[in-house]
Design a protein around this ligand. Structure first.
Ligand code: TXA
Ligand code: MG
Length: 329
């Protein structure tokens, strides 16, 4: 008997939330059939109700319970990339409560690539709705220790290895023959195209709608560390970065789309956020490094280098752009 697993099962059954390890980031999970548990996710995370949750399942068979329309494209992509960092957004079934989808008629589904998570979902026998286990707008957790500190030890978390991918899943909506990429992640557009073309599936890409309700999670800011992060392009020195930040800080808004922008009015300790050159390792390290560096600084900067380009860097740079309080060129 695994006592941690038993404890997690019991808490979930009692409509509590549990920290869930996955290969992308750690999640804050509740059973989809426990409305009070689902409400608890939004409360603990301080998350607005308009942002829908992803339902984590153990298999294609379980995914099909939660979706009314399972297309050939869905089957091919799920068979190829699950377990893994791809969330498929499909028309939802009646088993998915509206609180999970924020009233949308579609639901995000994925099979995480982590044995502890899969054991838990199998033992529950139902899907687990889980957003990333961070307070809304803050840096996502990639280690169980991050979840403990984010919620001051108030959330029981299943322990597992650090998340190997390190950034959130690619979110892909399938609308008949149209594909909509809602969020970039480790599974690239090219991988998706290649797989579907290999099976002679006819499809076309459609841009996500700018309407808030149709494409939540596309906010300008997110993933913010505890001290301000400055995005730097070009040859600015450390002194210039510090001076330009301090002269701009009074112009930075307090809040954008409900997310509080992190600011420091005084800068004594400026630190650089370094990432490995290999984008796979950079993604894995990103959120951990953001947390570590923030602990010993009151301002952090990240230098975007010219060689950080292509489909593997794009999701990392997108996170950093949203995490930044200010951009300097
Ligand atoms: O890797 C991940 O996806 C992690 C782990 C825990 O699985 N989860 C995660 O959840 O990042 P969260 O809540 O932080 O981000 C989910 C995002 C939403 O903000 C939204 O952009 C998108 O997924 N999403 C979910 N359901 C959707 C839907 N029905 N239509 C469009 N986008 C949806
Ligand atoms: Mg998140």
């Amino acid at each position: 008997m695994n006592s941690d697993l038993d404890r997690a099962l019991q808490l979930l059954d009692q409509s509590e939330v549990v920290g869930l390890p996955t290969e992308t980031v750690y999640g804050l999970a509740a059973r989809v059939d426990r409305p009070l548990g689902l409400a608890q996710i939004f409360k603990v995370k301080q998350r607005p109700l308009f942002d829908p949750l992803i339902v984590h399942v153990d298999s294609i068979a379980m995914a099909r319970r939660y979706s009314n329309v399972w297309t050939e494209a869905a089957q091919i992509l799920a068979a190829e990339f699950w377990p893994g960092p791809l969330t498929l957004v499909l028309p939802k079934s009646d088993l998915v409560p509206t609180i999970v989808t924020s009233g949308l008629e579609t639901v995000g589904l994925r099979v995480p690539k982590n044995e502890v998570a899969l054991d838990l979902i199998r033992a529950c026998g139902v899907g687990l709705a889980a957003p990333s286990a961070n307070r809304f707008g803050k840096t996502s957790p990639t280690r169980w220790e991050h979840v403990e500190s984010e919620f001051q030890g108030k959330v029981f978390t299943l322990k597992s290895e650090p998340s190997q991918v390190g950034i959130e899943s690619t979110v892909l909506e399938i609308q008949g023959s149209h594909l909509v990429l809602h969020r970039l992640g480790a599974i690239t557009r090219e991988q998706i195209e290649n797989r579907l073309q290999g099976q002679e599936i006819v499809f076309s890409w459609k841009a996500p709608s700018r309407e808030k309700k149709a494409s939540p999670g596309q906010m300008q800011h997110h993933y913010m560390p505890s001290v301000p992060l400055v995005w730097v392009e070009g040859e600015l020195t450390r002194e210039q970065i510090q001076q330009r930040y301090l002269s701009a800080v009074s112009q930075i808004p307090d809040e954008v789309e409900g997310i509080k922008i992190v600011k420091s009015l005084k800068v004594d300790r400026l630190e650089e956020l370094w990432l490995p050159k290999d984008p796979v390792l950079a993604a894995r390290d990103l959120y951990h490094q953001m947390r570590v560096v923030a602990q010993s600084a009151d301002l952090i900067f990240f230098r975007k280098q010219e060689w950080m380009e292509g489909e593997s860097w794009a999701p990392i740079l997108e996170r950093l752009t949203k995490a930044a309080s200010l951009k300097l060129h």
